[in-house]
Design a protein around this ligand. Sequence first.
Ligand SMILES: NC(=O)c1ccc[n+]([C@@H]2O[C@H](COP(=O)([O-])OP(=O)(O)OC[C@H]3O[C@@H](n4cnc5c(N)ncnc54)[C@H](O)[C@@H]3O)[C@@H](O)[C@H]2O)c1
Length: 345
Amino acid sequence: MAWLNKSQFIHTTPGPKSVENQSAKQHLQDTVIAMSHLMKTVARSFSTACTRHGPVKVVTIIGSGLMGSGIAQVAASTGHDVVLVDQTGDILSKAMASMQKSLSRVAKKKFAEDPKGGEAFVAATMGRISTETDSSAAVKNADLVVEAIVENLAVKQELFSALDKSAPKHTIFTSNTSSLPIQDIAVATDRQDRFGGLHFFNPVPMMKLLEVIRIPSTSDETFNTLLEFGKAVKKTTVQCKDTPGFIVNRLLVPYMMEAVRLAERGDASPRDIDTAMKLGAGYPMGPFELTDYVGLDTCKFILDGWHAKYPENPLFNPSPRLNKLVSEGKLGAKTGEGFYKYDKK
Ligand SMILES: NC(=O)c1ccc[n+]([C@@H]2O[C@H](COP(=O)([O-])OP(=O)(O)OC[C@H]3O[C@@H](n4cnc5c(N)ncnc54)[C@H](O)[C@@H]3O)[C@@H](O)[C@H]2O)c1
């Protein structure tokens, strides 16, 4: 049926007046029915567009620490059903409390004029998160698994090998690892075409970037689903192959270590290097401030892993100064001392 408005239709209907009126009435009725059908279709497709997240509806997140709880929060607040897994109920309760707190802060800003709406947003988001200590049971309905457990290859492999046996065939597996090759984790499974990396940044609810990583066996369908998921959780995605540190850490870690080496050689002091990079390069933090913020132990762990795997690359050489500070327990801001001293209130 042609798309006519009421006045157009009546004025263009031919024939004697009564027949004209009857026919006009009938056509008008048809038009109204067609319109209502069309409006329903439009409304339906609009609401699907608003909540659509490709085939990913249920996300199982393993590890409820700093990263896992952040990922759970953003996934749930964008309409996904989330199953959050950790080793004990106690750890999970703490994670739930920290997400509730974080969401309340978000709601305060987002619903500044509508506190009731804010409360409903927090309740609806928390209502989409369930918890589980049995990771095999937790993946039974998963479309996507995001692993955010301890940065240890053997532990990650053991986990994925077990999950591979209990997750449905279609489930895509991903790791949020910062420094381990995705390929080395994926070999523990028989679903390497449905395996990739989703590298979120800390704090997850605030940081807009998501690095989406593919290994040679990742299928296009899997990779596109991961990119779609990234969009659905409202992150800006960048694509990268399975190279050490992906994009951000591959540039950042050698940069921080070059700064340490510059100071180690006595060419400049940490304070002056930080000042130079902030005022000369426009960086918000200097490399020593950044290393202290990230944690010297984390930097050493990443560097040692890369050095062991790529001993010929001088950018990944260990640093005696970094090693000494770590051995003394001076791990940065979190311990009160790293390259700088911090007030521990
Ligand atoms: N912290 C960061 O800034 C950051 C940024 C990007 C990526 N990552 C990566 O994310 C991952 C997690 O880092 P995090 O900082 O959240 O660590 P975290 O220590 O805060 O949390 C890890 C959680 O995993 C749990 N866990 C350990 N083994 C488990 C298992 N077998 N099953 C279930 N839960 C288990 C621990 O109990 C803990 O709660 C690591 O691979 C890390 O490299 C960290």
